[in-house]
Ligand binder design. Sequence first.
Ligand code: FNR
Length: 187
Amino acid sequence: MRTPMKILALSGSLRHDSFNTRLLTLSRSLVPAEVEVTVYHCGQLPFYNQDLDGPDRPGQVTELLELIDAADALLFATPEYNYSIPGVLKNALDWASRPAFNSVLKNRPAGILSASMSAVGGARAQLHLKQVLAGTLTPVYPVPEVLVPFAHQVFASQDGVAELSQRLTRYLDGFISWVAGRAPASK
Ligand code: FNR
């Protein structure tokens, strides 16, 4: 494994006390020392506009593309908004997806986490995110998925966070091994 392994963690929520962003900061505290997790917030990006895309693209977009290109893997944590992923996350992926089928997302391994206040834990958002990532040729760690239903209750209880940490550690261990066993994504 190339060390440190760099994981760029993208939260689909802009909310200050977001459960999904907390999933990523919790992940950062659970990975082995040789793995570096950087949490990225998608809210600083302008709306995707093809007129602005190209060599003179906005600076925030260039920064995102460079962060993705430098990452060995991506880790998404997404809320479910109306059975899908939030617009801010789709917007970030649209910027990162060009040129089509040959972008920084191509062959870049990804993991998906989700937390929601409902009983389904963001399962439908995970499915939509997988479909978007299929369009960018981004391989997704197949199993087991981490869904956090009733996230407001889980994060409010010490036992809930302890149980979640165990589940997340198992997921991250498997994810890191999977990433380490793959060829680097660089083009
Ligand atoms: C939601 N929420 C939600 N939950 C869910 O399980 N399925 C859904 O379709 C939706 N739809 C939805 C739409 C909008 C506009 C909002 C604001 C919320 C609830 C959502 O899971 C909850 O607010 C989470 O706490 C959002 O994640 P963060 O911000 O805590 O990471």
